[in-house]
Design a protein around this ligand. Structure first.
Ligand SMILES: [Zn+2]
Length: 288
């Protein structure tokens, strides 16, 4: 934390501060050309499957290219930690850091969930968000962040010296072991930083530390996505519940989450441009 200052201010410090911020990744080129079509298409969605995730546990789900999925609050306020993989190649997975660099700390309608290198394409586009009215509050807090990682037993051990087995990292790992019959070590390695669905977070103004507050989500609220490739998703119902007090323990009241999969007659998706794997030639300056 940059709270203590050990170094002496240089004499020319006034010349070095106060520069205008420049957005690192101007995202004009990322404007979602599909959104108009998707908003029309979503009026004709038909539900084809449903998965209920128990509190302090995770479940996998599959979504085919061109289908939609929703993560919905049921019974009570609950935060969900989402992992996304390309279903036929688990090496291609969600890249929260680059998605954050492109869109900012929290994502909503029209934003795309990008995959890791060397793929860097949109795995899914957010098509509806019943909490988009929240915007940013006076503390800079908002919902659906890509700044947190996922609660995990290692950090919990580091901070509280307790062994706790139902953090989102462990829940996601267990679900992946079951789904893919993977060795626990291999499963754990490909669990990745999440989209924190419904979680209300930000950075404190003074120390810029990651904070959370009670989520404004209520039963019936949902976040909806359009799958741009075949997806394997895993959703954990975080042990923090609405994340208004603590996580990484059994203390918070937790509720289940619902995942629903929807399809739509392909005629409503005419004109959609699905994202493609990066065309960078992967030379990296090594080849002639
Ligand atoms: Zn969690």
């Amino acid at each position: 934390m940059k709270v203590k200052k050990f170094s002496k201010k240089p004499e020319d410090f006034k010349d070095r501060i106060g520069a205008k911020p420049i957005v690192c990744y101007p995202n004009k080129k990322l404007e979602n050309e599909n959104l108009g079509i998707l908003h029309k298409a979503r009026k004709y969605l038909k539900k084809i499957d449903e998965v209920i995730v128990s509190p302090r546990d995770a479940k996998t789900f599959k979504v085919k290219t061109g289908n939609f999925f929703r993560i919905e609050s049921i019974e009570g306020p609950q935060v969900g930690d989402l992992n996304l993989f390309q279903a036929d190649n688990l090496d291609e997975k969600f890249y929260s850091g680059k998605t954050r660099a492109l869109y900012g700390t929290h994502i909503s309608v029209g934003d795309k969930m990008f995959s890791c290198f060397p793929y860097l394409r949109s795995l899914a586009t957010i098509t509806w968000d019943t909490l988009d009215w929240y915007g940013y509050d006076k503390d800079g807090g908002s919902v659906h962040d890509v700044i947190g990682t996922r609660c995990d037993p290692y950090t919990s051990k580091l901070i509280s010296d307790k062994d706790y087995h139902y953090c989102c990292h462990s829940n996601l790992t267990r679900a992946l072991v079951k789904e893919k019959n993977l060795d626990i070590n291999n499963a754990e390695k490909i669990v990745h930083d999440v989209l924190n669905v419904f979680m209300l977070t930000g950075f404190t103004n003074d120390t810029k530390q990651y904070f959370m507050k009670s989520s404004p989500v209520r039963p019936g609220d949902y976040l909806e996505f359009f799958a741009e490739t075949n997806l394997l998703g895993i959703l954990s119902a975080c042990p923090g519940g609405d994340c208004g007090s603590e996580h990484s323990s059994d203390a918070a009241k937790c509720y289940p989450l619902k995942i629903s999969i929807w399809n739509v007659d392909q005629k409503y998706l005419n004109g959609i441009k699905l994202s493609e794997i990066s065309s960078y030639n992967r030379n990296h300056g090594l080849k002639e």
